[in-house]
Design a protein around this ligand. Structure first.
Ligand code: ACO
Length: 402
């Protein structure tokens, strides 16, 4: 690759590959995907096994450090995270400055970006103990920031973290609890959210992870790089798709639940309507994460005692699409986002928070990639070339002559 790159630079040739459909930007040992076979593995471990047997903290350790932790490593990692969950009181004041109806994603990215101003001692990307500290700070503080963003949006008081609780339990309490009132974490809810975080934890060189690596390739610190990744995730074609699926399902319901009519519109590309939560750049088969989520959506909704008409519409949509030549020919299957929104909704999260939940799950993957990138001797600053198709040289024209 490097030799070819040099040859092309010497000869003035460039590769044009919009959307990097067929261009690898790095080598990586973190996540393996076979999109045709629908396979996903973190550090070699199949996602199905991790979903069944592991938990989010352990998976985070695996992604970041490369191996499953021993009992002692796991205890140390999770107790360090518990001890860093508080936000600096001055950072808390940032939330007052945002409008009440602010979308929580830019609130999240702004607060993460601001961490660079609070932890100036740990910004050197090559100082490993400090990168470890920033890793812990991010893992610990992002759930607190996310919960505060939510509390701000509903006009409720913030809750300080309770460090006797695990990461997911703490996050649920800070989101749905009230100060000075007991909040019993529902174990069904906590396990479901933990599972969703595992399934979102990494997905190799997706748009937000590539953004984190690209920003980090300039040797920008971990907080700055992750903040950029959060902004990339905000878009409706990436993390924002889980919220867009819910909007789509609600639209279909308010138009009389006519699934066939909606699918017809999608096929005719009417007004740019897409079947949100369907299709993927890499998977040309059923997304293995969607398979696990579909199975658990029924279980979780039943356990939470929720019957959601939107789940029935989603299932009908899937059935109709998978039997239709348009989707079959283009190999469009449900992706991770197709069913997640329905679970988040059953848990009580408003649609605006869905992408924030994706960010909480994806954080260890972003961190793992940033660390791999910064430690890889082959890393160079990311600087793509272009094909210039503008005007050739011409002389300046005075105002009177235009
Ligand atoms: N609904 C209808 N048609 C679709 C869809 C869809 N969801 N996805 C792709 N297609 C069609 C395209 O119109 C195109 O057809 P054409 O050749 O007749 O023009 C063909 O399938 C190929 O699509 P591309 O847009 O070239 O595929 P690309 O790899 O660039 O896009 C993407 C992938 C962005 C995920 C796309 O499938 C999409 O927009 N899906 C809906 C949004 C979504 O669910 N995003 C979440 C992705 S997963 C994640 O971020 C976690």
């Amino acid at each position: 690759g490097i030799a070819l790159g040099k040859l092309m630079a010497d000869t003035g040739l460039v590769t044009l590959d919009p959307g990097f459909v067929n261009t690898a930007s790095c080598s990586s040992e973190i996540t393996y995907i076979d999109g045709d076979a629908g396979i996903l593995r973190y550090r070699g471990y199949p996602i199905e096994q991790l979903a069944e047997k592991s938990n989010f903290i352990e998976v985070s350790y695996l992604l970041i450090y490369g191996e499953l932790p021993t009992r002692q490593q796991l205890e140390e990692f999770s107790s360090k995270i518990s001890r860093h969950t508080l936000l600096h009181e001055d950072l808390k004041r940032f939330f007052d400055g945002f409008p009440r109806d602010a979308h929580p994603m830019p609130v999240l990215s702004s607060a993460v970006s601001a961490l660079s101003t609070f932890y100036q001692d740990s910004l050197n990307p090559f100082d490993e103990p400090n990168v470890d500290l920033s890793t812990i700070r991010l893992m610990a503080k992002l759930p607190t920031i996310a919960a505060y963003a939510y509390k701000k949006s509903v006009g409720q008081p913030f809750l300080y973290p309770d460090n006797s609780l695990g990461l997911v339990e703490n996050y649920l309490r800070m989101t749905f609890g009230f100060p000075a009132e007991p909040y019993d974490v529902d174990p069904v809810l906590a396990r479901a959210l933990d599972l969703l975080f595992i399934l979102h934890a990494d997905h190799e060189q997706n748009c937000s992870t590539s953004t984190v690596r690209l920003v980090g390739s300039s040797e920008a610190n971990l907080f700055a790089s992750i903040s950029a990744g959060i902004n990339a995730l905000f878009g409706p074609l990436h993390g924002g798709a889980n919220a867009a699926v819910l909007d789509m399902l609600e639209d279909i319901r308010s138009n009389g639940s006519d699934v066939a009519e909606f699918v017809r519109k999608v096929k005719n590309k009417e007004a740019g309507v897409r079947l949100m939560g369907f299709g993927h750049r890499v998977y040309k088969n059923y997304d293995p994460r969607a398979k696990i989520i579909k199975k658990t959506a029924d279980e979780i909704l039943a356990k939470l005692g929720v019957h959601d008409e939107l789940l029935d519409i989603a299932k009908q949509l899937e059935e109709t699409a998978l039997a239709d030549d348009y989707f079959v020919e283009r190999k469009l299957y449900p992706n991770v986002d197709f069913y997640t929104g329905l679970i988040y909704r059953a848990m009580g999260f408003p649609t605006k928070m869905f992408t924030v939940l994706f960010a909480l799950g994806r954080l260890p993957g972003w961190i793992a990639h940033w660390r791999e990138m910064i430690n890889d001797p082959a890393t160079k600053i990311g600087r793509p070339r272009q094909l210039y198709i503008g005007r050739t040289a011409r002389d300046y024209v005075d105002m009177a002559g235009r």
